[in-house]
Design a protein. Structure first.
Length: 44
């Protein structure tokens, strides 16, 4: 079995992003310890 790599930190969300279905922008600290699914799409 291959050895596990050390965990990596995710970069902070850029300021000024448009968020859907939340009252304010979220931070990594808001999401710590939660399962997070990110769904990316583009408008055409």
């Amino acid at each position: 079995m291959a050895p596990l790599e050390p965990p990596t930190r995710t970069p902070a969300f850029p300021a000024g992003l448009d968020w859907l279905n939340v009252e304010r922008s979220l931070t990594q600290e808001d999401l710590r310890g939660r399962l997070v699914l990110l769904d990316f799409w583009t408008y055409g």
